[in-house]
Design a protein around this ligand. Structure first.
Ligand code: HEM
Length: 227
C-alpha cells in the first residue's frame, strides 16, 4: 500500500496533502474529545484562519521558488495549495457565521461595522471565490486572457488578508506592541515573495544560479593559475 502511494505520488505531493488533511483531522478530533481550549470556537476560528493564510502564502511561494531553484514541480502544486487555502478560509468563515454568531444576521452586521478587520477579511474571502472557482482547466481555457487577470487579484488579496490578521490581533506594528510577531513574520515572507515576482527581480533571480556557477568557475581557474 505505502509502496504504491510512494510510486504514484511525489514526496512533495504526499507532504502537501498530508499537511492539509491532517490539520483538519486533528481539529475535528480535538473538538470531539473536548481538547481544544477553554474557548473552543475562538481556537477553531484562529487555527483555521492561520492555516488558510499559511496555505495561501505557500501557493504564492511556488512561482518564485521555481524561478530560483528551477523546481518545476512546484508549479503543478500551486492549484491544490490555493484550493486548500480556500477550503480552510471557507471553514473559518462558516465557524464565524454559524458557530460563533449562530447566523444571527443583525448581530453579525453590528459586529462587522464595529470591527473593520472583519470587513477586510470578508472582502478577502469574496475575492478568493472567483479564484477558486476558475482554478480548473476548463475555466482556464474558457476565460483565456481574462483568467490571468482574475488570478492577478491574488496580489491584492494577500495584503488584505494579512491586514485582517494583523488588525484582528490588535497589535501596533509601529510601536512594536501587542501580538505582532506572527502577523509580522507572515507579512515579511509575503512581501519578499511578491517582490520576487516583479519582472526585473524575477529575471535577476532566474539568472542567479548561472551567475553563481560562473563566479565559482572563475574563482576555480584563478586559484589553479596561482597554484
Ligand atoms: C468573511 C470573512 C472572514 C471573517 C468573518 C473572519 C473572521 C475572523 C475573526 C472573527 C477572527 C478573530 C478570531 C479571534 O481571535 O477571536 C479572525 C482571525 C483570523 N482570520 Fe479571519 N475572517 C474572514 C476571512 C479570512 C480569510 C479569507 C483569511 C485567510 C485566508 C482569514 C485569516 C485569519 C487569520 C490568519 C486570523 C488570525 C488567527 C489568529 O488569531 O492567530 N480570515 N477572522
Amino acid at each position: 500500500m505505502l509502496k504504491k502511494i510512494f510510486s504514484r505520488y511525489t514526496p512533495l505531493q504526499i507532504a502537501m496533502h498530508a499537511y492539509a488533511w491532517s490539520v483538519l483531522v486533528i481539529l475535528v478530533f480535538e473538538l470531539i474529545t473536548g481538547n481544544l481550549s477553554a474557548n473552543p470556537i475562538q481556537e477553531l476560528e484562529q487555527r483555521t484562519g492561520r492555516h488558510a493564510i499559511t496555505l495561501l502564502i505557500l501557493s504564492l511561494a511556488c512561482t518564485p521558488l521555481n524561478t530560483l531553484f528551477k523546481w518545476t514541480e512546484l508549479l503543478k502544486r500551486r492549484r491544490a495549495l490555493g484550493l486548500y487555502a480556500f477550503l480552510y478560509a471557507t471553514i473559518h468563515v462558516i465557524i464565524f457565521f454559524n458557530l460563533d454568531y449562530g447566523l444571527a444576521w443583525s448581530l453579525i452586521a453590528q459586529t462587522i461595522f464595529e470591527k473593520p478587520y472583519i470587513i477586510v477579511g470578508l472582502i478577502g474571502f469574496i475575492l478568493l471565490i472567483p479564484l477558486a472557482a476558475s482554478s480548473f482547466d476548463l475555466w482556464k481555457k474558457r476565460l483565456g486572457k481574462r483568467w490571468k487577470r482574475i488570478h492577478q487579484t491574488i496580489y491584492f488579496i494577500v495584503p488584505l488578508v494579512l491586514l485582517h490578521y494583523a488588525w484582528g490581533k490588535k497589535g501596533d506594528f509601529f510601536a512594536l506592541q501587542g501580538e505582532i510577531i506572527r502577523p509580522l513574520v507572515y507579512t515579511v515572507i509575503a512581501v519578499i515573495l511578491l517582490v520576487m515576482r516583479i519582472p526585473p527581480v524575477r529575471r535577476f533571480l532566474a539568472s542567479l544560479p548561472s551567475r553563481i556557477l560562473l563566479l565559482l568557475r572563475k574563482r576555480g581557474t584563478q586559484s589553479e593559475t596561482i597554484a
